[in-house]
Design a protein around this ligand. Structure first.
Ligand code: IMP
Length: 428
């Protein structure tokens, strides 16, 4: 059995968790490969809502093993809180999660520095981060000064490494930010307790995953954030600090690329983004507010209102190229019901010339070319057959499909697991 990947095709919050939940039925192992507690994945099962941040959402399936890959930055204290909460809801998380020994440990000073930088930046220089310390932890990883999960397993190594790290960070906290220092002893104790509780979960997950794939197990790679937030292919610097795209799923798990057979890109039937940065099809004022309130577009991690806009074909074509999408999953199409016309961004112009691609620079200067499609008035929430959709809704989907040139295999028509149209995926 191959590996499959679910990746955000826009700016995150596309509804990845719902399709991951759907595909989990046929999956043995689910892996997070990048990001950390900045992600917020919401799944609704039988009307009950679950929000996941660090734990892969497949944990609610009894027979699925979940893996935190080496590309993730793991906040150990947040992770424990999330596991304890899931455990008290009846999910046996401590027996079904593995943590890569090479994944980096995100510590309280990472969050503190993230918040301090955001607060002290000039308004036009703020990234609008989730303040979860993500970028600062990845910076330490690249500086080769980070702490990895495997280091927690050796008391002496942990002591030595942590002392040096805390000393250096305290200097930065005092000299650069004029703020309180971190208490080494307290942090050591907390990390030691963490290792005592979950040390048995820490292992070489690259080896484990390749072995399991070789045996024929089915692995699902769970992307967080989205293509336009990717550190290389997103709207830099208004991005997250990891490769959320297909390349990151290989380097963030250590599986051989050879096993990756299917890549699902997830996109809303419109577009949203949280935080700062360019957003060509953004809607302002009442129009934006209408989509926000219909779609309940508020961040699952920070509660911030999401910026809303129309579907942008150039974004999805970019996602298709960068990720090698084999399928597109269209979510929240029910939110667009009751509109007379639905505009779709079908291309960009820059300085009066048509652009054939999503640019790495000057995105804020592009002029969007729109086409308007006729809307539908019927409530489509929960419809699970394509033929049962109103004709204009079918036409809308077919129009998007023809423009992005990727088959739309799954369409989500409501929040629940069963509110799904499946056109080309075998999951029974
Ligand atoms: P960071 O990942 O917290 O450093 O934030 C960097 C940018 O990515 C900000 O614009 C965040 O709003 C955005 N971001 C991070 N995680 C998510 C997510 O899960 N969904 C949507 N946006 C996100």
């Amino acid at each position: 059995m191959p590996a499959e990947l679910v990746v955000g095709a826009q700016w995150g919050d596309e509804g990845k968790a719902k399709i991951i939940d759907y595909l989990s039925k046929n999956t043995d192992i689910i892996v997070r490969y990048q990001g950390g507690a900045n992600a917020g994945h919401t799944v609704v099962v039988d009307g009950k809502k679950y929000v996941f941040h660090l734990v892969p959402s497949g944990v609610i399936y009894p027979n699925t093993i979940c893996v935190i890959g080496n590309g993730v930055v793991l906040d150990p204290f947040f992770f424990l809180q999330e596991c304890d909460a899931l455990n008290s809801q009846g999910f046996d998380v401590f027996n079904k999660i593995l943590i890569s020994d090479a994944c980096h440990i995100l510590l309280p000073f990472h969050q503190k520095i993230d918040s301090l930088i955001e607060m002290s930046s000039a308004p036009n220089q703020k990234i609008g981060t989730t303040k979860r310390g993500i970028g600062i932890c990845y910076a330490d990883k690249m500086m080769r000064t980070g702490l990895r999960a495997g280091d927690l397993l050796d008391k002496q190594l942990l002591e030595e490494k942590l002392k040096g790290i805390v000393e250096r960070k305290n200097e930065i906290l005092v000299k650069l930010y004029n703020t309180d220092t971190i208490d080494y002893k307290e942090l050591y104790e907390r990390l030691h307790n963490f290792a005592e509780r979950v040390g048995h979960l820490i292992t070489n997950t690259s080896y484990y995953l390749n072995q399991e794939l070789k045996k024929g197990k089915h692995v699902l790679l769970e992307g967080a954030q989205g293509t336009c937030l990717d550190i290389d292919f997103g709207t830099y610097p208004y991005v997250t600090s990891s490769n959320s795209t297909t390349g990151g799923s290989i380097s963030g798990t250590g599986i051989s690329y050879y096993y990756l057979k299917r890549v699902y890109g997830i996109s809303k039937a419109y577009a949203t983004r949280v935080g700062e940065g360019p957003f060509p099809t953004e809607l302002f004022g009442e129009e934006g507010e209408k989509i926000r309130s219909l779609g309940q577009e508020y961040g699952a991690t920070t509660g911030r209102p999401r910026r809303c806009g129309w579907f942008d074909v150039e974004v999805i074509r970019h996602a298709s190229r960068v990720n090698g999408l084999t399928d597109l999953v269209l979510t929240k199409i029910d939110i667009l019901s009751n509109l007379d016309f639905i505009p779709v961004g079908v291309g960009y112009e820059l300085n009066g010339k048509k652009l054939d691609y999503f640019p790495s620079q000057n995105l804020e200067k592009v002029k969007v070319i729109y086409e308007e499609l006729e809307g539908w008035k019927e409530n489509i929430c929960g419809i699970n057959k394509f033929e049962d959709l109103p004709l204009n809704c079918q036409k809308f989907i077919q129009f998007l499909e023809s423009k992005v040139e990727v088959p739309i295999s799954v369409i989500s028509t409501g929040p629940d697991r069963i509110h799904t149209i499946v056109r080309n995926v075998d999951v029974e």
